[in-house]
Design a protein around this ligand. Structure first.
Ligand code: FES
Length: 149
């Protein structure tokens, strides 16, 4: 016997939201877990002194293919997302940083800085880039085809 169940709208919405969350988590994981081959094709670009990025603000790094918003939290964590909201492409770099999230300036979606995931009830995912801080300098991981010439 085949088990069938009818999903109502809430079930479908819940499934979609959890699927999107898994997709965002996978993308975020990919941004931080390089394979050996990817590591060779990835450049750590020194982009600024930590002090050059305003607390609870951001700085935009322009590449050949996109703008990347690099955010600094109140406690000096640094995160990088593609500077395009998963809703309608709003400039996340101009949003308000709170905790480890940013609120898009256009329609107030809240995006998790670590995963790039839109926080409920919204659904979507912004690209995440790995960052690191060394001796007060901020580095951003970009693949070779994303680096500005
Ligand atoms: S474009 Fe960001 S919330 Fe609409």
């Amino acid at each position: 016997m085949i088990g069938l169940s009818v999903l109502d709208e809430a079930d479908v919405a819940a499934n979609l939201h959890s699927s999107m969350a898994i997709l965002c988590a996978l993308r975020a994981f990919e941004a931080f877990a390089f394979t050996h081959e990817e590591a060779e094709m990835t450049d750590w670009i020194e982009i600024a002194a930590l002090e050059d990025i305003p607390k609870l603000g951001s700085r935009v790094i322009r590449t050949d293919t996109m703008d990347v918003a690099v955010f600094r939290t109140r406690d000096d964590q640094v995160f990088a997302l593609r500077d395009a909201c998963p809703h309608k492409g709003g400039p996340l770099s101009q949003g308000i940083v709170h905790g480890t999230s940013v609120t898009c300036p256009l329609h107030n979606w809240k995006i998790d800085l670590a995963s790039g995931e839109a926080l409920g009830p919204d659904e979507g995912c912004a690209n995440v880039f790995a960052t690191r801080i060394e001796n007060g300098r901020v580095f951003l991981a970009l693949k070779a085809d994303e680096v500005a010439a």
